[in-house]
Design a protein around this ligand. Structure first.
Ligand SMILES: *Cc1c(COP(=O)(O)O)cnc(C)c1O
Length: 407
């Protein structure tokens, strides 16, 4: 097998499997770099909550990416994969002061999004440089679960509270070395993004000793035909020009950072699973796959659309199917989809399965989490084994009840 052959990978796997195409991750990374080639100092920090397998992290590191993390465990995975602490930024929300202190001690750049924590951290560790996460109160996209810039969002320090931040900085003599925003997961309108950027620039001018400005992420990728995609080339050109202008005003060339997750890995991923049964009801033909929302929760959680194709019969006549899983509650992957005729045993592929798919998988219904495979330079590399029954039992403790519990 030297060409990218999903069916062979699916047949070799003993159950559902995630497959990631390294070349697609690489081309997305290059595309982003090229789009922002007008920026003198560009830093791309891969947001690893999207897909955190350590081989993926290593691949990112080899490409020259930094790492954006949201938990101390993600920081540790990054170090395990070979990142230097200086190439990691920690952007948590709602974690303890203790966790932030531990990560800061490792030499990782920390990003604080809460006034109370900022004050406590600055008081105890005035010499450790800190980035602050601003909430510019600009809505990006429409999904309130993944839009994090609105007025009542739990993310970021409100721009209306900057005077309070400045007071804390003055009182503690702490060093703010970066300002950050991450407005949400969908940048659909470049003008809206640029508007939020202006707010960030205005904030940045109030801090005299910055070394970077971090614009977060939110690059939208297409999930289905006709989807609007962030025009990063246009964004790159406009923001690069504006950033250069800003740096002149600021009096220093700053680094411009981004933290893309979905953009880098979504389209590189395929989730492959077998069809267990085709079931006809009075109104619908169900294709029941050997998986469920335990493995891919986005359709049920966010109502996301993942294209589903029958890779065992790609040329087959198209028919309408509702693709569901085996979980003992409703777990619909896609309703009324036109898919090449499905027979029991066929392998279907879910597209855009690179971001927030495996990382959100669980053991619900006591199923194993799937294997992961990286397709790299013409070969399939197993990067995570499918779980086993021992894994399910791993941390469970079976109590030795002395007496039978009376009914
Ligand atoms: C999740 C997250 C990202 C990545 O968002 P994508 O939409 O996957 O690109 C970036 N920055 C922060 C702080 C995040 O929490």
């Amino acid at each position: 097998m030297t060409h990218f052959d999903l069916e062979t990978i699916a047949k070799r796997a003993n159950g559902p499997v995630y497959v990631y195409e390294a070349s697609k991750i690489h081309s997305q990374y290059q595309r982003l770099k090229n789009a922002f080639s007008g920026v003198a100092q560009l830093k791309i920090n891969y947001a690893c909550k999207a897909l955190s397998n350590i081989s993926i992290l290593k691949l990112m590191q080899n490409m020259g990416s930094g790492l954006d993390t949201v938990s101390i465990q993600e920081v540790q995975l990054g170090l395990e994969a070979g990142f230097e602490p200086a190439d990691i930024i920690f952007t948590p929300n709602g974690v303890s002061l203790g966790e932030i202190e531990t990560v800061a001690k490792m030499g990782v750049q920390i990003n604080i999004d809460n006034l109370s924590i900022l004050e406590q951290f600055g008081t105890k560790h005035p010499k450790v440089p800190v980035c602050i996460r601003i909430n510019p109160h600009v809505m990006a996209g429409g999904n309130s679960n993944i839009s994090v810039g609105h007025i009542d969002s739990k993310f970021g320090i409100s721009i209306h509270q900057i005077p309070h931040v400045l007071r804390i900085v003055e009182n503690t003599k702490m060093h703010i070395n970066g300002v950050h925003m991450h407005t949400g997961s969908d940048i659909l309108d470049i003008e809206v993004f640029l508007h939020a950027s202006e707010i960030l620039f205005n904030t940045a001018l109030q801090f005299k000793d910055l070394s970077f400005i971090d614009f977060g992420s939110g690059f939208k990728v297409p999930y289905r035909e006709g989807d609007i995609e962030t025009n990063i080339e246009e964004l790159g050109e406009k923001l690069a020009n504006r950033f250069a202008e800003f740096c002149k005003t600021y009096g220093k060339t700053l680094e411009l950072a981004f933290e893309p997750g979905k953009f880098l890995v979504s389209q590189a991923g395929y989730f492959l699973t077998k069809v267990n049964a085709v079931k006809q009801t009075t109104s619908t033909v169900f294709a029941q796959v050997d998986s469920g929302f335990n493995h891919l929760i986005r359709p049920m959680l966010y109502n996301s659309y993942h294209e589903i194709v029958n890779i065992s019969n790609p040329e087959g006549r198209e028919r309408f199917y509702t693709v569901v899983g085996y979980i003992c509650e409703t777990d619909t992957f896609g309703s009324n989809r036109k898919i090449a005729e499905i027979s029991e045993g066929d392998v279907v592929a879910f597209k855009n399965a690179g971001a927030y798919c495996f990382t959100m998988a669980s053991n619900y219904n006591s199923r194993f989490r799937p294997a992961e495979v990286l397709w790299y330079e013409g070969q399939a590399h197993l990067i995570r084994k499918q779980e086993t029954f021992e894994d399910l039992l791993q941390n469970q403790v079976l109590i030795d009840f002395k007496e039978k519990v009376e009914a």
